[in-house]
Design a protein around this ligand. Sequence first.
Ligand code: 5GP
Ligand code: MN
Length: 313
Amino acid sequence: MQKYIQEFEQIKNLIQRSQNIAIISHKGPDGDTIGSNLALKNALSSMGKNATSFAHDPIPLHSIFLKGADEFRTEFNPQEFDMVIAVDCGASYMMKYEFTHPYLINIDHHPSNDFFGLINVVDPQMAATVAIIYFLLEYLGGQITPEIATCLMNGLYSDTGSFRHSNTNSLTLKIASNLVAKGADYNRIVKNQFHSNRVEQLKLWGRVLSRARLNDKAAAVSAVTEKDFDELNANAEDLSGVIDYLNTIPESKFCVLLAEDGNGNIKGSFRTQDEKIDLTQIAGLFGGGGHKKAAGFTIPGKLEQEVVWKIKK
Ligand code: 5GP
Ligand code: MN
């Protein structure tokens, strides 16, 4: 990609000078941050580098089949590495590791990214961070093996919501087509990400959907508490995907899903189909960020249900 040739050249030089390379995914990892991480790890390993993947939180089940997913580490010591690459982290706090490193590279596609790296490749035009990694790997000249193509496709599939969201454009589909040509296991990705829901997960979705209501600001709102997770033997990962259904109500301007996280925090997720709404602004009010059409935040607190009673004559 012409627009970040300079950054790609700097990254290439740094990689050549490095032996031990850390790659960090964001907290509460999704298919894009895991796919980006592992595509890079596998490519760097084949170049003879010692590449290690890090994620503060557990790897979601839908991405566990990717090559190298079982080798993620949680304990991160920056001094062990010559360079550190953050992938899909919209802000440095999204890594969940507090550290300084002279050679921190930031590769991301969130418009609210705060350019926390020494080198920053941040392109909000890209549907997923894996798309940038795809161009980087092409620039580095290594081979995109079927395993690497599968990692990249996993991110594209995840961040476009199975190629349903508005970030699915000609370039997204062109990259997807190239990845399938390179041997990406598309069917396996679909099965893992879309056609694979635990019964506990479906029950949790049932609660989310049955509580959905439109408030006076035309926002579709729903919520789940720690109690719901406990009763249904479900976890935060099980929420993944349900918000896309909240985001289908024609009269709503945007939707919000609130969830207690078991550590005294509330995680908020926003989605919209409305061109005029910028959710990075709304999530920003709560200290979060993300994309125009998908954003989130985490704040300390608990959820309290408000029941409104009216007298009917
Ligand atoms: P989700 O609602 O799926 O957790 O997140 C939607 C999008 O917003 C993702 O791209 C995610 O990386 C981003 N996001 C979620 N929470 C935060 C946050 O607290 N800060 C920032 N900067 N981005 C967030
Ligand atoms: Mn992403």
